[in-house]
Design a protein around this ligand. Structure first.
Ligand code: SF4
Ligand code: SF4
Length: 140
């Protein structure tokens, strides 16, 4: 999710299957961020709040088919250097339910985003386009 890509050279003779796929994903990409779905922002006040949030390190914002999402880049503390989960038996349900059928190993998540704001400047530019009266700081 954070522009990380696989960095293992895969022998052409090896067939990638759901069972072995994660062993080739040296970055364990799905363990390196958190997402939080939010209500669809509509007003200037909503976007001002989001501008504050994306002003913080590692906080980004995107919109995809399922709506608006805050993305926080940050490796899980339980991710071991070898890619194993340090709390495998007690790992949260969201980790258990994560499907590797077509995941970040296959294509960057960004490819599925309709909108993607990686920082304050990018979101501010969007706000200025979306709200003609943005500079006046009045609610539409
Ligand atoms: S589910 Fe996908 S992104 Fe996560 S470790 Fe496995 S291959 Fe990598
Ligand atoms: S708890 Fe384990 S499976 Fe879940 S994100 Fe952390 S390292 Fe990955």
């Amino acid at each position: 999710m954070n522009a990380q890509t696989r960095n293992v050279k895969i022998d052409n003779n090896i067939k990638i299957t759901p069972e072995n796929k994660c062993s080739f994903c040296t970055g364990s990409i799905c363990c390196t961020y958190v997402t939080h779905h939010i209500d669809t922002p509509r007003s200037k006040a909503d976007f001002l709040q989001l501008l504050w949030q994306v002003s913080h390190d590692n906080v980004k914002l995107y919109k995809d088919d399922e709506g608006w999402v805050l993305l926080i880049d940050g490796k899980c503390q339980h991710l071991q250097p070898n890619g194993d989960c340090g709390i495998y038996d007690e790992r949260p349900d969201i980790c258990r339910e994560h499907d590797n059928d077509y995941c970040e190993f296959d294509a960057p998540s960004e490819e599925g985003f309709d909108l993607y704001f990686q920082n304050y400047e990018e979101l501010l530019a969007y706000c200025k386009k979306r709200f003609k009266t943005w500079g006046q700081r009045k609610e539409d």
